[in-house]
Design a protein around this ligand. Sequence first.
Ligand SMILES: [Fe+2]
Ligand SMILES: [Fe+2]
Length: 358
Amino acid sequence: MYLKHNHGKIPSESIGGEMLKTFDDLKRVAMAVKLADMRETQNLLIAFDQKLLPQFADQEIRNRFEDILQDDQKNLSILDTLIVQYGIQAQPTQNMLDQAHGSLDNAELNLYQKVGALELLKHQQVMNGLIIHKAAQKVGADVIAAIGPINTINFENRAHQEQLKAILEVLGVLELTGEEADQGFWARVQDAVAALSGVAGNVLHLSTQDIKVQDAISLDHRKVETLFKQIEDSEDPAKIREFFAQLCRDLSIHAEAEEETVYPAVRAYYADTQELYSEQAEAKLMLKNLQALNPSTVEFKVQIRNLKDAIQAHVQQEEGEMFPAIRGNFDEASQQQLAVRFNSAKERLQKQQMAHSA
Ligand SMILES: [Fe+2]
Ligand SMILES: [Fe+2]
């Protein structure tokens, strides 16, 4: 159903080309590493859940553990999506999880000790998530928007911690006395989780599985608008450079991913698709010209303004004309599938970009 696309309008060297090599902003890369660590940790949490689940005799514990596993799997998918939205892919810290891995496979440890190791890992994950959330507030509005869904993950991980502590209580009392612990603690867990949800506020769910391609594209458009605003509002040349570098990365990846997945799919249903290709080629040239300018100059401000206007018109065309063409010709499942393809393309391109800049 997807048409083959071979336009050669935008050469593939735009990814990893010189304008993308400016990973001058170390804190953005450091946050990307933390996010990669968080993804690693999330994978290991799931491995723990799967290994321990069949070992519980108690049905109540087993049910709760099944819920935790489901949350962890959903949160991995949310994490994947938000890392792509953040826009920088990094390698996780080496050997970071060796100790936890050791506990998972250690036959000497009993169930209590393994759940204890899982609870420690969960704690680490809560701290990862909270630190990323706090750091985002220092870096900029575009980062806060990109990692917004981390609040959902943090809230659920805090709730899981409370449940794991209760499970440890059951297992510990059983181990020491051979008797069942008093069951009143599930009510305490409930209270603790309720208290947490007040803090978490309204949590946003955003997993790759259920968003449509229009949602994925709109998220990028809003992020780019935020970056333009940050550039316009800032007087500090270092901050302007930082925001502009992120804008270059985001725009290039977004455009390339659209040309690879979305435009070829929509081409048969939207007559002006070729225009979209041309506009993106034009924007790419404008970006290149901006790259050569000093951000403190009037010339830079004028050209940023021109780029912003061009992008705005392009975005309006996509959202006002291309989106209805997608809605009218693709069923819901295809719209979701296209989102998955669009996001995977972005992820792959971001990894390439990172490799080139290294
Ligand atoms: Fe777009
Ligand atoms: Fe576009």
